[in-house]
Design a protein around this ligand. Structure first.
Ligand SMILES: Nc1ncnc2c1ncn2[C@@H]1O[C@H](COP(=O)(O)OP(=O)(O)OP(=O)(O)O)[C@@H](O)[C@H]1O
Ligand SMILES: [Mg+2]
Ligand SMILES: [Mg+2]
Length: 291
C-alpha cells in the first residue's frame, strides 16, 4: 500500500513512529507537508500536485494536522477524500473536533457526561454565568486552545470577570466550565484506534498546576480504565466520527466526564507510558479498512 502521512515535520516522534511501523508492515510510506500541496479543482478530476508530481498513487493518508494549519490541512485531506483515498480521520471530523463548543454540543446528544459548560458572548451578567455552572471556582477556556494554553482557573468572581473581560477584549471566544476539583490536577487520556481503546494513561499536572498537559510539565503513567471510562471514550469517538483519536476525561464524583477529543493525538506520551505499539495499531486499522 502507498501510505502518505500528512505532517509538517518528519522529525516529530509521532510521524517517525508511523513511518517506521508502516515500513515494517511492508508499505511504502511518505511524509508530505500539506502546506506544500497544491489542490487542483477541475470537473471530475480532483488532483493534488506536490513538488514535481501528482499524488495519484496514494491508497491511504494519515492526517497529522496541527491546530495552526487546520484550514489548509483539511482542504488537502478533503481533496484526497474526493480522490477516493482512505483517510484515518475525515476533514469534516477534524474541523469539528477543533472547536470545543461544537464538539461538546454534539456529545450532549450522544449521552456523554461532561462538566457543566456555558458559552457566553459576554453580554450576560458574569455572576449569572458563574452561578449557572455552580459558582466559583470556574474554568474559562478558549474554544480553540491546545496544549493547555488558553485554559484558566478563576478562583473568584472578580478573577473570572477580569479573565472574561480580557478574552472579550481580544475578541476570543470562550466557554465557562464547572471546575472539577476531585480530579486533583489529573486527567485520563484514552487512545482510540478503530473505535476501540488501545491504550490509556493518567496525566498528573506538576505541583500546584491544575492542568495535566504534558506540555505544561505534567507526567504520565499507564492506567486501567473502568468500564464507564472505556464506554465514554468509545462513545465520544463514534459520536464525533473519529475512529482514531485521543479522548480526554476527568474523574469526578459522578463518573467520568469528557473534556475533549483530539483528532491528532500525540503518540510519544501514550506509547512511553503504556509500552503499547499504538503506531502499529493505526497502520493495521488502515490495512483492514482501506478498500
Ligand atoms: N473543567 C475542568 N475541571 C478541572 N480541570 C480541568 C477542567 N478543564 C480542563 N482542566 C484541566 O486542564 C487541562 C487542559 O484542558 P483541555 O484539555 O480542555 O485543554 P487543551 O488546551 O485543549 O489541551 P490539549 O492539549 O489536551 O488539547 C486538562 O487536561 C485538565 O487537566
Ligand atoms: Mg485540545
Ligand atoms: Mg486536553
Amino acid at each position: 500500500m502507498n501510505i502518505v502521512i500528512l505532517s509538517r515535520n518528519s522529525h516529530l516522534y509521532s510521524t517517525q513512529r508511523l513511518v517506521e511501523e508502516g515500513l515494517h508492515r511492508g508499505h511504502d510510506v511518505e511524509v508530505i507537508d500539506p502546506l506544500k500541496c497544491e489542490i487542483i479543482i477541475e470537473k471530475e478530476q480532483p488532483k493534488i500536485y506536490y513538488k514535481d508530481r501528482y499524488l495519484d498513487y496514494v491508497d491511504a493518508i494519515i492526517p497529522r494536522i496541527g491546530a495552526s494549519v487546520t484550514f489548509y490541512g483539511c482542504a488537502v485531506v478533503r481533496q484526497f477524500e474526493m480522490m477516493n483515498v482512505f483517510t484515518t480521520v475525515t476533514s469534516d471530523s477534524i474541523v469539528r473536533s477543533r472547536d470545543k463548543l461544537r464538539s461538546l454540543q454534539r456529545l450532549t446528544k450522544a449521552g456523554v457526561g461532561m462538566p457543566k459548560t456555558v458559552f457566553t458572548n459576554y453580554s450576560r451578567d458574569v455572576e449569572e454565568v458563574i452561578n449557572s455552572v455552580g459558582g466559583t471556582p470556574v474554568i474559562i477556556k478558549l474554544l480553540e486552545g491546545t496544549q493547555g494554553l488558553g485554559v484558566v482557573l478563576a478562583e473568584t468572581k472578580n478573577a473570572a470577570e477580569s479573565v472574561l473581560e480580557a478574552f472579550n477584549g481580544l475578541q476570543a471566544r470562550v466557554i465557562v466550565q464547572e471546575y472539577i476539583k476531585e480530579a486533583k490536577g489529573a486527567d485520563l487520556r484514552a487512545l482510540v484506534v478503530d473505535g476501540q481503546v488501545v491504550g490509556a494513561m493518567k496525566r498528573q499536572g506538576k505541583d500546584g498546576e491544575f492542568r495535566s498537559n504534558l506540555h505544561r510539565g505534567g507526567s504520565a503513567k499507564i492506567v486501567k480504565l473502568s468500564e464507564d471510562e472505556l464506554k465514554l471514550a468509545m462513545k465520544a469517538s463514534r459520536a464525533l466520527k473519529l475512529p482514531v483519536c485521543g479522548v480526554d476525561m476527568l474523574q469526578s464524583e459522578r463518573g467520568p466526564l469528557l473534556l475533549e477529543v483530539n483528532s491528532t493525538p500525540g503518540l510519544e506520551g501514550i506509547e512511553s507510558a503504556t509500552g503499547r505499539n499504538i503506531a502499529r495499531a493505526i497502520i493495521t486499522f488502515i490495512e483492514r479498512n482501506y478498500k
